[in-house]
Write a protein that binds this ligand. Structure first.
Ligand code: NAI
Length: 325
């Protein structure tokens, strides 16, 4: 039997985790013959809820789930983990300003970055989902000097999947017929879902859909999809976020298809004129666990302006929490 792989999930009593944990236990990340140990991190007040989630996990009698570690201590949660899903974050409370939310979450990711640095496996892959995901990932990177920035990414895959799905619906094709989709920038409404390089069954997407639809429907629909789901459900996207978290981590582990790329939030190296040192969503390929930004794409003035808007927002977020690194 294979040695179990250790996976940490923070915010384990929350909505996204309620979908994510059961997918992990079913082998959807690492396959049906790879046993796992789940390390579940929560804050003390959420422990009674987490107890219920753990009972349900046990009641699945999953042959892959060998053990569950439950803790409110990041040093226990991240001990020797190979993969970490940082989902837990504080939601915006009544009267809380965006700046307050940024600061309170920044503290959480500074603590967790330090804990990962101290005890996680040196090859750990850390996927930050908790919002503001890009800046939280940056804070974790800055607080984990013993790990490499390449150990971290933030989740753009939900935006990427939303963009694929919306284009596929418009063109009357399957999601798998869409390749080379890109969502640039911040995981916020300044993100830029870009069709200039996307292909539909091998044809240029922008030769198949009206430019007006791209600008007035596609871009705002993808940017606002989270708000639309929240309005309809009364709760933010959870199952689709868990699905995207698994998708992003799987791509990171197993690689991209040769003819395709995905969008992933990673530390900028200055590519496409984005300030180095921001966590920015780029088109990337992955080979043997190594992520490379797709270089050399033509970026027209229309796209450049949108990249700049998202970059400016990320600089503002970074400046608000700079005291933490
Ligand atoms: P939720 O509020 O249902 O669950 C969050 C959980 O995190 C709670 O159980 C809370 O107790 C826990 N938590 C808070 N502080 C913690 C800490 N210091 N350590 C460990 N756990 C802690 O929220 P939900 O719906 O599960 O979403 C989680 C995060 O993911 C939110 O920040 C949300 O905005 C974000 N999100 C990001 C998406 C993306 O595409 N990047 C998509 C959807 C959600």
């Amino acid at each position: 039997m294979k040695t179990p792989i250790h996976i940490a999930v923070t915010g384990a009593a929350g909505q996204i985790s309620y979908s994510l944990l059961f997918r992990l236990a079913a082998g959807l990340l690492l396959g049906p013959d790879q046993p796992i140990v789940l390390h579940l991190l929560e804050i003390a007040p959420a422990m009674p809820i987490l107890k219920g989630v753990v009972m349900e996990l046990q009641d699945c009698a999953s042959p892959l789930l060998h053990r569950i570690v439950v803790t409110d201590d990041p040093l226990v949660a991240f001990k020797n983990v190979d993969y970490a899903f940082l989902v837990g974050a504080r939601p915006r409370g009544p009267g809380m300003l965006r700046k307050d939310l940024l600061e309170v979450n920044a503290e959480i990711f500074a603590v967790q970055g330090r804990a990962l640095d101290a005890v996680a496996s040196r090859g750990v892959k850390v996927l930050v989902t908790g919002n503001p995901a890009n800046t939280n990932a940056l804070i974790a990177i800055k607080n984990a000097p013993g790990l490499k920035p390449e150990n971290f990414s933030c989740m753009s895959r939900l935006d990427h999947n939303r963009a694929i799905s919306h284009l596929a619906e418009k063109c009357g094709v399957l999601a798998t017929d869409i390749k080379n989709m890109t969502v640039w920038g911040n995981h916020s409404c300044t993100q830029y879902p870009d069709l200039h390089h996307a292909k539909v069954k091998g044809q240029d997407a922008l030769s198949l859909v009206p430019k007006k639809w791209f600008i007035e429907d596609f871009i705002p629909t993808v940017q606002q999809r989270g708000t639309e789901v929240l309005t309809a459900r009364g709760q933010s996207s959870a199952a689709s976020a868990a699905n995207a978290a698994i998708d992003q981590m799987r791509t990171w582990i197993f690689g991209t298809d040769t003819s395709d790329w995905v969008s992933m939030g990673i530390l900028s190296d200055g590519s496409y004129g984005i300030e180095a040192g921001l966590v920015f969503s780029y088109p990337v390929t992955v080979l043997n666990g190594e992520v490379s930004i797709v270089k050399g794409l033509d970026i027209n003035e229309f796209s450049l302006q949108r990249l700049r808007v998202s970059e400016a927002e990320l600089k503002e977020e970074r400046d608000a929490v700079r005291y933490l690194f």
